[in-house]
Design a protein around this ligand. Structure first.
Ligand code: PLP
Length: 399
């Protein structure tokens, strides 16, 4: 089918909760994707960092196929021969004590909220029903009701209430604000190491170290949502490593499956996950053998193929190159690892969308966040030659 017909079908039958670029993709390999007409594009979004390992990585694909031929789902009523191995490998890689597998990122966030509250009541001694969790302005943690209830994006919240109580918002990157917001009922502070959907917002140097110190002093759980920043995106396995700290609870998802299948997890470095008793939380698909086999392969290639080191090196190179673009419309170029953004000045004609559309014409797919920010987050397998190729187009798009 032609692109136009497929787009018309989508418009006719689909809910309009997205506004995608009009490119209809049918194939992917590494950093490249192809549309139904056979045009080739460099993917500079990586499905919001779910395909850090590159599209259709052959080793992850093989793991998926092999496992699909053996056993896909048992439910957690029974055990399977993949889950224990994922537990061990993931805990070893992330220096965690325990993990709890879920499917989507939002489910991992919901899970961590339940666990933090339970810890507050059973370990910290907060009175039943009084637990508070502090989050940041401009956060993005997913789309379920509890989560959008503490979003500060009006568009994400409007007409979806009433919401779950028990959340408090402070500015991002402001450790002092955290210190001031904590009360005896505060059980946790949840934050993204770098705010992704807000437009790659990098906090001041040392922020996570300050957060760690404050949380320890006040007996508050530090929860890092690394669903986007984790698994190599910022040039480290987890972004917390840049500050040399360990969160009490860490959320990962997205690249945990290399884009093949929804797999997420809550990682715990404290005894928080140990508080859950049988029947208190679960998911039919969470921890299924297909998900576990895929996740194991996705983690293995990330490490074996040195994708994290590559993200650090290529990210620095890409950032340097982007900073050489001279254009009055550019306000700032910022990034960490391969999580990079160009922010345009307010009122730049056409905004970020116009640049993204121009880049699409030249064979680069990226997506604006908000009106004036263009994000560059290619798969972590990108090479210097690929970046040089992309830079030529990006320079043209700004010319
Ligand atoms: C994508 C994302 C989520 C939500 O993940 P889903 O799989 O879309 O539910 C949560 N937190 C962060 C930081 C994300 O980037």
């Amino acid at each position: 089918m032609k692109a136009k017909e497929l787009i018309d079908l989508e418009d006719k039958f689909g809910a309009k909760n997205y506004k995608p670029l009009d490119v209809v993709l049918s194939k992917g390999e590494g950093i490249w994707v192809w549309d139904v007409e056979g045009n080739k594009y460099m993917d500079c979004l990586s499905a919001y960092s779910a395909v850090n390992q590159g599209h259709c990585h052959p080793k992850i694909r093989q793991a998926l196929v092999d496992q699909a031929e053996k056993l896909t789902l048992t439910s957690r009523a029974f055990r399977n021969d993949q889950l224990a191995l994922l537990y061990e490998e993931l805990c070893e890689l992330t220096d965690s004590h325990k993990m709890l597998p879920m499917n989507s990122g939002a489910e991992a966030v919901e899970t961590v909220i339940k666990c933090a509250r339970k810890w507050g009541y059973e370990s910290k001694g907060v009175l039943e029903g009084q637990a508070e969790i502090i989050v940041c302005k401009d956060n993005f943690h997913g789309r379920t009701l509890s989560i959008i209830g503490f979003s500060t994006d009006e568009n994400a919240r409007q007409n979806f209430g009433p919401f779950t109580p028990g959340f408090k918002t402070i500015p991002f990157g402001d450790a002092r604000a955290l210190e001031d917001a904590i009360t005896p009922n505060t059980v946790a502070f949840m934050v993204e190491p770098v705010q992704g959907e807000a437009g790659v917002i990098i906090p001041p140097e040392g922020y996570l170290r300050d957060v760690r110190r404050i949380c320890t002093e006040k007996n508050v759980l530090m929860i890092l949502d690394e669903i986007q920043t984790g698994l190599g995106r910022t040039g480290k396995m987890l972004a917390e490593e840049h500050d040399g700290v360990q969160a009490d609870l860490t959320l990962i998802g997205k690249a945990l499956s290399g884009g093949f299948y929804p797999v997420s997890a809550v990682l715990s470095n404290d005894e928080v996950l140990g508080l859950l008793q049988p029947g208190q939380h679960g998911s039919t698909f969470g921890g299924n053998p297909l998900a576990c086999a895929v996740a194991r392969a996705a983690l293995k290639v990330l490490v074996d193929e040195k994708m994290i080191e590559n993200a650090e090196e290529m990210g620095a190179y890409f950032l340097d190159q982007l900073r050489t673009i001279e254009n009055d419309a550019i306000k700032e170029v910022r990034g960490i690892g391969l999580m990079i953004a160009i922010e345009l000045k307010e009122g730049a004609p056409g905004g970020a969308r116009a640049i993204c559309e121009a880049l699409m014409e030249m064979g680069i797919l990226c997506k604006e966040t908000h009106t004036y920010t263009i994000r560059f987050a290619p798969p972590l397998v990108i090479t210097r030659a690929d970046i040089d190729w992309a830079m030529e187009k990006i320079r043209k798009a700004f010319a």
